[in-house]
Ligand binder design. Structure first.
Ligand code: BG6
Length: 503
């Protein structure tokens, strides 16, 4: 059970305050929390940066970010004024140790004014190359030691591979205790993703069929129509496997495949999730081609607009070997899932923007209906829709009305909007709120991130050592490369086109 929203005074220190993440995600989410009265009465956003921009300039910069990115659009003027009253720009050079002492003094001034200790949240919306320096600076200034009231939030990418993750993580763990570290994977803050656990473990009907006896295979799709846009510089060194699979898609796999937790409690849930990653069958280097497929978009058309090939995007090498599409076949070697394939796919510039998990059930064991009835033309599936539709669809066979015996697949549907008649909070709102109340359930523990890196490393290595001869190998606006179709076709399966594509 979550604690009531931060009734405690909170000092939220945002490093990288003038960056894109702060502008697009963090500040809009804080403002929406403010509108929903989910910020404590005494709250300050200390926006840390190196520039001399004053409070007013920063507020104006954030205004545009909120107008463009908040789920509520342009901020109401009065509320915005009040919110801005809580923002203070603070100039700090993270390479100057004495500046951290200056930060410490600023925090103390608020606490003295408020008459007691506040919760202190240090949020690193900076490039990961600065994580270690900032952590060490905070540590040296004595700002990490209050284990119960100080929290550190870090964003992905947490490293570029297993070794760099370990280096960054070791640095963070030298200064902070694990319980103070909140590693964000914003997928875990999405309502539809959180609902996977509610669906599976708050209803008695799913668990008995949630296993190898009834499930034929599972498909996890996170497809985007957008290309890399202005993020070419970052993406060139990341690629789809690091950017999406190592974190978001593996987290989804964990939620679908995990065992029931004993309690809805951060450690118990995270234990069960990491068990899944440990059970995933490792992919030997010499079999990578049988378990993974990669793609890179060529030019193409999406919704009437012509898109340039990835290699023509800004800050991208014209001979780039970076994958903008990745598909994986994984097996979870345990009693529940032995030999059930889990197919994961994600890509940029695909035919539709859609995220969904599809559980494909086994065919009936005996076909009592005549072949003419059309049984098995389509399998029974349960689809967890994360976006753009938010809900759950059960696709099952029904008899068509009429004198002839004809069977057809029909949908039984749950929609968030229809059921709850309310807008769902953005993932960042949920996550920031949880940081402020100290609930780590939806954050990644170090062992999970490490296990996820271990799992993808053989693929990353083999792909890096063997540039793809066929890149670019899918046209923008399609469902990805042929090699991904072959990956599942070898098992007699196919990627089913996502159910609803409101792209
Ligand atoms: C981010 C990736 O983590 O997730 C982006 O870096 C990707 O490349 C984004 O576009 C997708 O998030 P969402 O919430 O839009 O599905």
């Amino acid at each position: 059970m979550k604690a009531a929203i931060a009734s405690s005074d909170t000092l939220f220190v945002l490093f990288g305050a003038s960056g894109d993440l702060a502008w697009r995600m963090v500040v809009p989410a804080l403002f929406d929390l403010y509108l929903d009265k989910h910020l404590p009465e005494r709250f300050r956003l200390l926006a840390v940066g190196r520039s001399d921009a004053g409070d007013a300039a920063l507020a104006e910069h954030y205004f545009k970010g909120v107008a463009e990115n908040s789920r509520r659009g342009a901020p109401p003027p009065d509320a915005w004024q009040a919110f801005c009253g809580m923002i203070r720009h603070i100039r700090i050079d993270v390479s100057a140790p004495e500046d951290f002492s200056k930060l410490g003094k600023a925090l103390e001034i608020y606490e003295t004014e408020w008459g007691g200790k506040a919760e202190r949240v240090f949020y690193l919306a900076t490039p990961p190359s600065l994580f270690e320096r900032i952590a060490l600076g905070l540590g040296a200034a004595g700002l990490s030691q209050d284990r119960d009231h100080v929290r550190m939030v870090v964003e992905k990418p947490l490293g570029n591979d297993l070794d760099s993750f370990r280096r960054i993580n070791d640095a963070l763990c030298r200064i902070f205790e694990e319980r103070q570290l909140f590693r964000i994977d914003h997928y875990l803050g999405k309502e539809t993703v959180q609902n996977i656990l509610a669906m599976r473990f708050a209803n008695p009907i799913f668990e008995p069929i949630w296993n190898r006896r009834y499930v034929d295979h599972v498909t996890i799709t996170v497809a985007e129509t957008l290309g890399v846009g202005k993020r070419g510089g970052y993406y060139e060194h990341a690629g789809a496997l690091r950017d999406m699979v190592q974190n978001h898609l593996l987290q989804l796999l964990c939620l679908v495949a995990m065992e029931p937790p004993v309690a809805y409690d951060a450690d118990d849930i995270r234990d069960k999730k990491v068990d899944v990653l440990h059970a995933v069958r490792p992919i030997p280097r010499d079999t990578v081609d049988s378990f993974a497929a990669r793609g890179q978009y060529a030019e193409g058309w999406i919704q009437g607009a012509k898109l340039a090939p990835y290699r023509d995007e800004a800050d991208v090498d014209p001979h780039s070997n970076t994958e903008t599409y990745a598909a994986l076949k994984l097996y979870v070697d345990n009693w529940r899932w032995q030999d059930v394939p889990f197919y994961l796919r994600t890509g940029k510039c695909l035919a539709a923007s859609v995220s969904e998990i599809s559980i494909r059930f086994r065919d009936v064991p005996h076909r009592a209906f005549p072949a003419s009835a059309g049984l098995n033309a389509q399998p029974t599936r349960l689809i967890i829709q994360m976006s753009p539709e938010q809900g759950i669809v059960l696709k099952f066979m029904a008899k068509e009305p009429g004198s002839q015996l004809r069977l057809r697949l029909v949908d039984m549907r749950f929609s968030y909007m229809e059921a709850f008649k309310t807008d769902t909070p953005a993932a960042y709102e949920t996550l920031l709120r949880d940081v402020m109340v100290g609930d780590a359930t939806l954050f990644m523990r170090a062992d999970q991130v490490e296990a996820a890196w271990k799992l993808v490393m053989p693929i990353l290595d083999v792909w890096a050592e063997n540039p793809a001869a066929d890149f670019p190998n899918y046209a923008a606006g399609t469902w990805g490369p042929e090699s991904a179709d072959l990956l599942v076709a070898r098992d007699g399966n196919s990627w089913l086109t996502p159910t609803i594509t409101k792209a």
